[in-house]
Structure formats: structure tokens, C-alpha cells
Design a protein around this ligand. Structure first.
Ligand code: AMP
Length: 212
């Protein structure tokens, strides 16, 4: 089985885009805590109602809630996963080890990128909720404005991709990411990649990490 893969990096660094490609070319399942939480909000579940305002503000949801949701949605004994958006802080990194991975082989990859460039990138991000495709109005335009090339559905902007919320998300990332990186570096389990490079180069590097 491929190693469990933990993608670290600021919002908009390309983790979701690369994860989708890894799923189609390697035998991986993609688990994004942001997607799971948005799913709960869309369903209007009790959990969704509890987290909606927090997510709209770009703040972090309680560690226990996210961990529970993660555990309920993965089967590590039988599948290799790409963890996207988790862990977000050192407490989550430790919980992932002690309560989820429990010694299973995992590698962490840090998508490094200038945060100011990311603010710009995120404001131009548009998503297709059903197909999961991610577009960018500057660098990856759909063939027809506002429409997903694959599914024909209307493209949307995530509610938390507006500029104020993006700034907050970046500030939280700045505050919480350092200890997570140090943690994986301390375990000799971290690979850094330059996320400003083209999607193909980033994908090649990820493929090397998986095969190494
Ligand atoms: P994302 O799609 O990863 O950018 O996440 C969107 C939002 O979901 C974040 O701004 C948080 O409000 C929440 N979220 C996602 N993952 C986590 C996590 N691991 N811990 C806490 N909150 C999270």
C-alpha cells in the first residue's frame, strides 16, 4: 500500500488540486477536513449548524470535532489516504499520530509558497461543487466563463474565499503552521516543495515522494 500522505500548506497552495490528480493516477482516497465540514454545513446537520459561523469567519473549528469527523470517514487499515487540511496545528498533528495513524507509515509534504501571492490566488479561485474541479480566473480559466468544463455546472466562489476572511485564514496559518512543520521535521518525515512551480512539476515531485 502507498504511504499515507499528509499535505501541509496555506489555503490555496494547491493541495486540493494535486490531491485530485493523485487520486486519479495513484490508488489514493482524498480526505479533506474542509470538504467534510462543508458537507455537514450543506446538509444542515447539527454539527454543520455549529461550525458554519466559525468557517465563514475563517477561524479554526474545534480540534475534537474535526478529529471525530476524520476518524468517522477513513479506514486506514485498508486504504491509503491523502490528508488535506489536517493537521492544522500541533495538537492535531499529535492526535493524528496517536489516535488515527497509530504507527502506520506516513509522509508529510509541505507546499511552500509566499502568502501574499496566495491571497491573490484565492480571490480568483472558483469551484465546481459536484465535480470537485478547481479553477482560477487568471491561471486556469474554464472554457466557458462561469461553467465547469467537466460537468457543465455553474462555478461558485467559496464563501470564505472573500478577502477579509482570506486574510484571517492566512494569519491563523502563520500562527499555527510553524510547530507542525517542526514536528514532522523532527520525525524526519517532511518533504518541502515549491508550490509556486507549475502543477506538473509539483505533481512530479509528489510522485517521487510516493515512490521513494
Ligand atoms: P479548507 O477547505 O481546508 O481551507 O478549510 C475550510 C475551513 O474549514 C477552515 O477555514 C476551517 O474553518 C475549517 N477547517 C478545515 N480543516 C480544519 C481543521 N483541520 N481544523 C480546524 N478547522 C478546519
Amino acid at each position: 500500500m502507498n504511504p499515507q500522505l499528509i499535505l501541509l500548506g496555506a489555503p490555496g497552495a494547491g493541495k486540493g488540486t494535486q490531491a485530485a490528480r493523485l487520486v486519479s493516477e495513484f490508488d489514493y482516497s482524498h480526505i479533506s477536513t474542509g470538504d467534510l465540514l462543508r458537507g455537514e454545513v450543506a446538509k444542515g446537520s447539527e454539527l454543520g449548524l455549529r461550525v458554519k459561523a466559525i468557517m465563514d469567519a475563517g477561524d479554526l473549528v474545534d480540534d475534537g470535532i474535526v478529529l471525530e469527523l476524520l476518524q468517522a470517514n477513513c479506514d486506514l487499515a485498508n486504504r491509503a489516504y491523502i490528508f488535506d487540511g489536517f493537521p492544522r496545528n500541533i495538537e492535531q498533528a499529535k492526535a493524528l499520530d496517536s489516535q488515527v495513524l497509530k504507527g502506520i507509515n506516513a509522509k508529510a509534504v509541505y507546499f511552500e509558497m509566499d502568502l501574499e501571492v496566495l491571497v491573490e490566488r484565492i480571490s480568483n479561485r472558483r469551484i465546481a461543487p459536484k465535480s470537485g474541479e478547481i479553477y482560477n480566473l487568471v491561471s486556469r480559466r474554464p472554457k466557458t466563463d462561469g461553467i465547469c468544463d467537466l460537468s457543465g455546472e455553474e462555478l461558485l466562489q467559496r464563501k470564505d474565499d472573500n478577502s477579509d476572511t482570506v486574510r484571517n485564514r492566512m494569519n491563523i496559518f502563520r500562527e499555527t503552521n510553524g510547530p507542525v512543520i517542526d514536528y514532522y521535521e523532527g520525525q524526519n518525515a517532511l518533504v518541502r516543495l515549491d508550490a509556486s512551480e507549475g502543477q506538473d512539476k509539483v505533481f512530479k515531485k509528489l510522485s517521487e515522494v510516493i515512490n521513494s
